[in-house]
Design a protein. Structure first.
Length: 377
């Protein structure tokens, strides 16, 4: 069971998220950059950025990238992997706003079908892609539309509920998505699958930032600058081995997310209307913040479905982005962490990313000291 959970829930979702990064996400960033440069300068060369972004964010391209990412993560045969491009493109377009979830489910089944026949016949170059594409196409025709509607409905429900109850949902979405970010599950893929944007997307960004910036600041004593960068701009998932040993170290970032989430939804009205995948990224490569900014100027398709529109950001928007994503997560997690250290819930070394290395270094130092003593004697 653990094997299948890892293969289909962890590996496949991670691969799908990487496919989204390499197409929709980076394409949106390039396109937005080009549009802003065009506004500042009439030089038509900047139109190239807009065109390049449009190419990368086209539905068929995004679907193919996601499916290939899924197949690569599942380590399928090359013929299966390349055939998944057609499957993903069809599933994403047919699934509409909920296309990413349709791609995830259909690509997994098509990949397994192709794997069953791969290298089993003398005409593998025909049989393997034939089976992979036919199974994927059949599932797309029969289910993609309905999977997409279901995923889109969940996203709409979350967005609608967050608008209706911004305080409660701000806490719930922020805490849950933040926890998922630190777990070995792709929070980005989940947010993309449900098209999580708007205030709900803003709460998700807040929760992810609380985990990443929170752990980075809270563990600075142990991990210094390398830990600050690897967790603050990389992933808080690095702390999972330590969380397993002492779950209490997880409380400061979780408590911080429970505070920043409702502040994002109720006080700063921070919406994440860029690519939905950005909602589950936090400060990883500053993707979450870029998503918020691009959503101000040109909302994504998923955001438009939820009623978003372009805005001209003011001081409060920029101030809220900085406070929710960087300042408050760091201050709150540091304060809670300090409290827990004083009461003994967090001990020296509990947050170290390289405990073994620290022990080894200590042993080496002791051995050197002993050697010096022996030499003197």
């Amino acid at each position: 069971m653990n094997k299948y959970i890892k293969r289909y829930c962890l590996d496949a979702m991670s691969g799908m998220a990487q496919g989204l990064f390499a197409s929709l996400l980076i394409g949106t960033i390039i396109k937005t950059l080009g549009q802003q440069l065009l506004r500042l300068n009439v030089n038509p060369v900047f139109q190239f950025f807009v065109d390049a972004g449009n190419f990368a964010t086209e539905g068929h391209v995004v679907g193919a990238a996601m499916a290939i990412g899924i197949g690569f993560a599942m380590q399928v045969h090359p013929l299966v992997l390349f055939s998944l491009a057609a499957v993903g493109a069809a599933a994403n377009v047919t699934g509409g706003a909920g296309g990413p979830l349709a791609v995830l489910i259909i690509a997994i089944i098509a990949a397994e079908a192709g794997r069953l026949v791969s290298k089993k016949t003398k005409v593998d170059i025909i049989v393997t892609p034939l089976v992979t594409i036919l199974v994927g196409a059949l599932l797309t025709v029969l289910t993609a539309k309905y999977i997409g509607v279901a995923a889109s409905s969940v996203g709409k429900f979350l967005v609608w509920t967050t608008k209706l109850h911004p305080f409660v949902m701000g806490i719930l979405v922020s805490v849950v998505v933040g926890i998922v970010l630190t777990l070995p599950i792709s929070s980005a893929a989940i947010c993309a699958a449900f098209g999580l944007t708007g205030l709900a997307g803003g709460a998700a960004v807040a929760g992810c930032c609380a985990q990443m910036v929170g752990f980075a600041i809270m563990s600075f004593k142990e991990n210094r600058w390398s830990g600050l960068l690897s967790q603050g701009l990389g992933t808080s998932m690095l702390q999972m081995p330590n969380i397993v040993k002492n779950p209490k170290i997880w409380l400061p970032p979780i408590l911080a997310s429970a505070i920043t989430g409702p502040l994002a939804t109720c006080l700063f009205k921070m919406e994440m209307n860029g690519a939905a995948v950005s909602s589950g990224m936090g400060t990883c490569g500053l993707v979450g913040q870029i998503g918020v900014i691009t959503g101000w100027f040109e909302p994504s398709e998923a955001a438009l479905v939820h009623g978003a529109s372009a805005i001209t950001p003011g001081f409060l928007d920029w101030f809220g982005l900085v406070m929710i994503c960087f300042v408050l997560p760091g201050l709150l997690s540091w304060a809670f962490g300090l409290l827990f250290r004083k009461i003994g819930w967090i001990k020296e070394g509990d947050l170290s990313l390289e405990p073994a290395a620290g022990v080894s270094a200590k042993k080496v130092e002791e051995e050197n000291q002993n050697s010096e003593v022996e030499d003197k004697e």
